[in-house]
Design a binder for this molecule. Structure first.
Ligand code: PMP
Ligand code: GLU
Length: 396
């Protein structure tokens, strides 16, 4: 059958591909260490599961308003007020079917064909595709170690054209765990003043920050920032609820209403009993639950970064948030390992999996071919085992 040009132009997700390949090999009995997954390895907390079960038992199994049940929209608005200093009315919040859906729908609601979207490298693999699907063009700012893989206000200003419609921010960042300081974000907000550029601030990793890293919501920085920003978040990472498919967007009422109209026709509501569970998730036991996961991620991230930096030809910036390390491995490019010539991140990741049974995601689809992504969503024992293998493989 004919496949549309639109669909042909979209590649499979590199992160999902690596995770699936590692799972496949494990199912075949291969002892793979999987650093591919961008999903917490903890189970969803019991109190959240209990709320979903209670919701099912209470017969909450029918359609809800497409934008979400009013109680959940109100609870999210309250969370954003209390934790993020953001004053959104419940009508300014829409519940989406995962944060990925929030990104897609927000772009569909704001972008027109020909519009340009600015984002820095490294970026999450899904962003370029959602930009393309909205008919817009990604304008990519190349970053490097010297700025901690973050864009500078000068780079941003230089990237503006009369087509610039959006700036995409993701802090803490996937794939590197890089986090903008409040001052860095303030400087970016200042550069945007006087323009009509909309900002998507993807804050899905807000709770996973380490050391003395500070998180701040972009929209809370000023009235101007508030008016131009769509704040995106979700339950996948904070509450280890990746399979529940719950995300949300908050922002100017006209855009949220436009997203709701699109959602009316695309998906309708997020799963009904998951929405009731989400109300529980944001309730009383949330803080302790989040903190215990955060502490464990911090321990793993520190260990992984230190060990990576001890490997010759590998350089890893500190992972200040999320659950990823994104080392530069280009010191090994040009070598032949196990009979395979390593010319970039794609060869590197493939050869590492084939020869040493360690799954990492190549940096190329994140916009940085010198790097690979390792997620620390697995036990310290697995991390030790995987890094031992990596070290041995690179030393061979
Ligand atoms: N934004 C970023 C930066 C992500 O890394 C992810 C998933 N890993 C998402 C959004 C979406 O997550 P979900 O669809 O599970 O809510
Ligand atoms: N976003 C997560 C990751 O980057 C999960 C997979 C995906 O949806 O891309 O690994």
């Amino acid at each position: 059958m004919k496949v549309s040009q639109r669909a042909q132009d979209v590649p499979a997700s590199a992160t999902i591909a690596v995770t699936s390949r590692a799972q496949e090999l494990k199912a075949q009995g291969v002892d793979v260490v999987g650093f591919g997954a961008g999903a917490p390895d903890f189970d969803t907390p019991e109190y959240i599961k209990d709320a979903a079960i209670a919701s099912l038992k209470a017969g909450q199994t029918k359609y809800t308003p497409a934008a979400g049940i009013p109680q959940l929209r109100a609870v999210i608005a309250n969370k954003l007020r209390k934790e993020n200093g953001l004053d959104y009315k419940p009508e300014q919040v829409i519940v989406n079917i995962g944060g990925k859906h929030s990104v897609y729908e927000a772009m569909q609601a704001v972008l027109d064909p020909g519009d340009e979207v600015i984002m820095g490298t490294p970026f999450w693999v899904t962003y370029p595709e959602t930009i393309k699907l909205a008919g817009a063009k990604a304008k990519i700012i190349q970053t490097d170690k010297s700025t901690g893989y973050k864009i500078t206000p000068e780079q941003l200003r230089k990237a503006f054209t009369d087509k610039t419609a959006m700036l995409l921010l993701n802090s803490p960042n996937n794939p590197g765990g890089f986090t903008y300081t409040p001052d860095e974000l303030k400087a970016i907000a200042k550069v945007l003043e006087g323009t009509n550029i909309c900002v998507i601030s993807d804050e899905i990793y807000e709770k996973l920050i380490y050391g003395d890293t500070q998180f701040v919501s972009f929209a809370s920085l000023s009235k101007d920032a508030y008016n131009r920003t769509l704040t995106l978040n979700g339950f996948s990472k904070t509450f280890s609820m990746t399979g529940w498919r719950l995300g949300y967007t908050a922002g100017p009422l006209d855009v949220i209403k436009a997203m709701a109209r699109l959602q009316d026709h695309m998906t309708s509501n997020a799963v009904t009993f998951a929405q009731y569970a989400a109300i529980a998730a944001l309730g009383e036991p949330a803080a302790d639950t989040i903190e215990s996961m955060r502490v464990e991620f911090e321990r793993r991230g520190k260990y992984m970064t230190e060990r990576l930096n001890r490997i010759k030809g590998v350089e890893c910036c500190e992972s200040t948030g999320a659950f990823y390390c994104f080392p530069d491995v280009s010191g090994h490019f040009g070598r032949t390992i196990g009979g395979v010539k390593i010319t970039g991140s794609m060869d590197f990741a493939k050869a590492l999996l084939d020869q040493a049974n360690v799954a990492v995601v190549p940096g190329l689809p994140f916009g940085c071919d010198n790097n690979v992504r390792l997620s620390y969503c697995c036990s310290l024992e697995q991390i030790t085992k995987g890094l031992d293998r990596l070290q041995k493989w690179l030393g061979s």
